[in-house]
Design a protein around this ligand. Structure first.
Ligand SMILES: Nc1ncnc2c1ncn2[C@@H]1O[C@H](COP(=O)(O)OP(=O)(O)OP(=O)(O)O)[C@@H](O)[C@H]1O
Ligand SMILES: [Mg+2]
Length: 338
């Protein structure tokens, strides 16, 4: 296995509500390797954003907290850090971009100033050096005539260009990990493809790791080295992109794939929709959390939480259908070995 940059080990996070503490991520474990892209997929409300906010420890500001587990980044546990230490890591070693580029940019500063400000803060550059570097970054993210664009304000740029600027701000501090939470859903389809191409190019050129959050399996197919499928706060399947698409194992993953237009097996057929809806926090069914929606539900699924079974090379699924396979064993550090 390649070098691990980030290892989330048995992370449980949640929110205090009138019903008490409710879990938004339940004992999740994930690994992101150096220079690779992990796509976290799952429908709305499955806990994808909570996972990314937890890594950045921004969950603390969203009214949530980490109950248990580790977030090991380059050997250091982020879950145990205080906010002062996290401030040095955020936007420095780890950068994050969100769905809506407009809300990430400040309307009263030129885009060049916003990138230059980040360079001055994180890299102690002089004003003129920072401006030169900001223009270079705009060129790098594919903005034409960057010297002119740098002087413009966010409202003078299209949505796609603004997202490129947001990516340039993120790159200004040379992050080792870029977390992108649905970075293209607010953009139209052609612009979406351009931004995804840009992320691929930057990953290759800069050797960054990317955690890409998407509800779109088509995007995951193009971008991911590995895919983790999340459902109602838990990772239900994880593996290489090749394995997940060749041999989708958890019934939830199969349902997600069958609902992609144009995916092999769905062409010319009516698209499948997974029946029912995702349960709200604090409202999880007993046994397997997916059982009320599962086309393969067995009695056991209603009462016993499934284990994580090895369903292929470097591929596991949390589902009783694979009971005859070996369970994934916990490694030395509590991490999984597959
Ligand atoms: N600040 C909060 N307080 C209480 N509950 C929250 C808070 N933020 C998120 N949640 C709940 O946590 C669960 C997971 O939310 P999250 O935003 O991580 O989902 P998601 O997978 O990112 O969905 P989407 O695809 O819609 O972005 C949801 O049930 C959500 O309602
Ligand atoms: Mg989200």
């Amino acid at each position: 296995m390649a070098e691990r940059l980030l290892e989330i080990e048995n992370l449980t996070t949640g929110f205090m509500t009138e019903k008490g503490f409710v879990k938004a991520t339940d004992n999740i474990s994930l690994t992101i390797e150096k220079g690779k892209t992990l796509c976290l997929v799952g429908e709305s409300g499955s806990g994808k954003s909570v996972t990314s906010l937890s890594i950045m420890r921004l969950i603390d500001y969203a009214g949530g907290s980490i109950l248990d587990g580790k977030i090991v980044f380059r050997g250091d546990d982020l879950a145990a850090k205080d906010q002062e230490e996290m401030r040095k890591i955020r936007g420095n070693k780890i950068a994050m971009i969100f769905q809506d580029p407009m809300s990430a940019l400040n309307p009263v500063f030129s885009v060049g100033d916003q990138i230059a400000e980040s360079l001055r803060l994180h890299q102690n550059k002089s004003e003129s050096e920072a401006w030169k570097e900001a223009v270079n970054l705009l060129r790098m993210v594919g903005i034409p005539a960057p010297e002119i664009r740098a002087k413009q304000y966010p409202h003078e740029l299209s949505g796609g260009m603004c997202q490129r600027v947001v990516i340039a701000v993120a790159l200004a501090c040379n992050p080792e990990l870029l977390i992108a939470d649905e970075p293209t859903t607010a953009l139209d389809v052609t612009v979406q493809a351009q931004i995804l191409d840009l992320l691929q190019k930057l990953k290759q050129e800069l050797g960054m790791s990317i955690l890409l959050i998407t509800h779109d399996m088509g995007v995951a197919a193009e971008m991911a080295d590995r895919i983790a499928v999340m459902y109602a706060g838990a990772i239900v399947e994880e593996g290489t992109v090749e394995e997940i698409f060749a041999n989708p194992s958890h019934p939830y993953t199969v349902g997600l794939l069958q609902s992609i237009p144009g995916f092999e097996g769905t062409r010319g057929k009516e698209l499948y929709t997974i029946k029912g809806t995702i349960p709200g926090l604090g409202n999880l069914p007993g046994g397997c959390r997916f059982h009320p929606r599962c086309p393969h539900v067995m009695d056991k699924c209603k009462t016993q939480e499934p284990l994580d079974f090895k369903v292929g090379n470097d591929h596991s699924a949390v589902c009783w259908l694979y009971e005859d396979k070996a369970p994934v064993v916990l490694g030395r550090n509590g991490g999984e070995t597959k």
